[in-house]
Design a protein around this ligand. Sequence first.
Ligand code: APR
Length: 247
Amino acid sequence: MSELAKLIEVSQSTVIFSGAGMSTESGLMDFRSADRGMWNNRNPIELADIEAIGTNRDEFIRFYKWRVQEMNNHQPNEGHHMLADWERRGLINGIITQNVENYHDLAGTRRIAKLHGDLGTMRCMNCNEQYSSQIYLPSHETTSCSSCGGFIRPNVVLFGEMLSQTSLQFAAQLMREADLFIVLGSSLSVSPANQFPMQAKANGAKLVIVNYEPTATDRYADLVIHESIGATLREADAALGGLSRLG
Ligand code: APR
């Protein structure tokens, strides 16, 4: 029987913590995989840092146009849909995600704490008018606000920026309630997001890490699975059968 399924079966409040590895089986790149991470041949500080909007704007726009197109050209994978089904059945309490592509939303998950923002929406840096990410599709030439002419940027948290208090508070609430905290596809190398697994452990939760590559937090985990997220969730889903905690 799947070790992961056994832990989910006895848990009263399971929380998922997802990283870029959750979406590689959709066809998106992650950031730090040894063989194909986005940051292996790009400098994140030149592209995804708040300073880049001023010092390297053309590259910044090209990079996020590419990421919006990638997000639109791919879709949630089986793992996203299984997690949404587990939430509907009361098997998970919610998802804390570092990911900015809206695949957990599209798969139907309701309780999502988005630590690093949302690539599906944009805002004017001057007047804060909100836009859809369609603005960054190749068919759109301008990234200037139609109301004030300001620069329209993605609603993602850039390096050098603070995380939203609302997201952090919701994530902290989910983490506090958790008696089982499952990391799916993260190198756990970016703070403050990478503090959540250890904080959950300190709160008495069991910690599971599902990640191809080892992380510095593995040694504190109750269960480490260096396998594909999709295969791991499929095996757990089969072992859970039709288990539901709703009514
Ligand atoms: N199954 C299991 N593990 C996988 C899979 C998969 N299908 N695909 C990739 N992985 C693992 C990789 O081995 C890697 O260790 O997922 C991990 C992804 O780590 P990162 O690329 O560092 O992504 P993440 O941890 O989400 O990055 C955190 O860094 O650049 C910032 O804002 C960005 O939110 C991002 C943050």
